[in-house]
Design a binder for this molecule. Structure first.
Ligand code: TXA
Ligand code: MG
Length: 299
């Protein structure tokens, strides 16, 4: 399977790969035609830059113009893992990767199959989430297959993703800024960070409506129940009267994250005319990251 994937990548084709967060849509990060194919297949706006995935920190240093001590420290502490570092771009990285900008996002994903792929390929791979732009990120190979034609995208099946939501995106700075919240929180980073405010996010191209099912989706509080119509309810508690479709969500944040996108896809496929999500109110950085995704899924 790896062999076929390597062939595909060499020809400028697309290979979806598993990571510890969600599946990525892989393509040769240094091949402008492959990059153009990623944007076309996803229907992604050219203004939204791609994350470059690397086998290790030394491969990361090849795509950045500067690798400050802070980047080295963060990479040692969190890689492989769900932390994306945004740093000055090296001149040979095709401008479309960064949406024309001077900064490039890099991360070493934590999945044995994908690390093997990256090492064998020997070059960095872009890896936006392997879904059509604006939709729900895939956390299984079957999710990816449901999004793209087989001749468009070869899928490496590495089982379900454990993390479930996308990486934390950190502008290394200074000043350091969290551009997208994720499983790694500001308090764990060991540096002073600003968390971007405002609804649209500081990452270029971060769409307000994102991670969204096709079915109309709303965030509610338990007190808002019941709603009219045939409703798929996603909640940590069953509510009375029972919903047409009930998707029980875990009480712990990591379990919630692991299941979120699969449950959203299930709700979307249930034939209901509304998806209602009781937005969790617990505090903590993983809950904050989950609320960020829920806000975009329901906007
Ligand atoms: O966990 C993840 O990060 C997954 C897996 C597959 O690695 N990938 C992912 O990629 O979520 P994508 O393309 O769906 O989201 C990339 C995010 C976007 O919010 C984008 O704006 C931001 O990273 N980003 C990418 N390059 C950037 C740059 N040069 N400057 C600022 N933000 C950037
Ligand atoms: Mg995405």
């Amino acid at each position: 399977m790896i062999q076929a994937a390597l062939e595909r990548l060499k020809q400028g084709g697309l290979v979806a790969f598993p990571t510890e967060t969600v599946y990525g849509l892989g393509a040769d990060a240094l091949n402008p035609e492959a990059i153009a194919r990623v944007f076309a297949v996803k229907g992604r706006p050219a203004s939204n830059p791609l994350i470059v995935h690397v086998a290790d920190a030394s491969m990361a240093r090849q795509v950045v113009a500067e690798w400050p001590p802070e980047a080295e420290r963060l990479a040692r502490a969190f890689w492989p893992g769900p932390l994306t570092l945004v740093l000055p771009r090296a001149p040979h990285v095709p401008p479309d990767v960064t949406a024309g900008g001077d900064l490039v996002a890099v991360r070493q994903p934590d999945h044995p199959l994908t690390l093997e792929l990256l090492r064998a390929y020997g070059k960095p791979l872009v890896g936006p989430s392997a879904n059509r732009s604006g939709g729900v990120s895939p956390t299984t190979a079957a999710h990816v297959r449901s999004e793209f034609r087989e001749d468009e995208v070869l899928v490496l099946d590495g089982g379900p993703c454990r993390g479930g939501i996308e990486s934390t995106v950190l502008l290394v700075g200074p000043p350091a800024v969290i551009l997208r919240p994720g499983l790694i929180g500001p308090d764990e980073l060991g540096l002073e960070v600003a968390t971007e405010g405002g609804p649209s996010g500081a990452s270029p191209g971060q769409l307000d409506k994102h991670y969204a099912p096709r079915t109309r989706t709303v965030g509610i509080q338990a007190e808002d129940w019941p709603l009219e119509g045939r409703v798929a309810l996603m909640s940590q508690h069953d509510l009375d009267p029972p919903a047409a479709v009930f998707l029980s969500m875990p009480a712990d944040p990591h379990g919630y994250a692991e299941q979120l996108y699969a449950r959203l896809r299930e709700a979307d496929a249930s034939g209901c005319d509304l998806i209602a999500i009781v937005v969790p109110t617990q505090s903590g950085h993983v809950w904050d990251a989950l609320r960020d995704r829920l806000r975009r899924a329901t906007s």
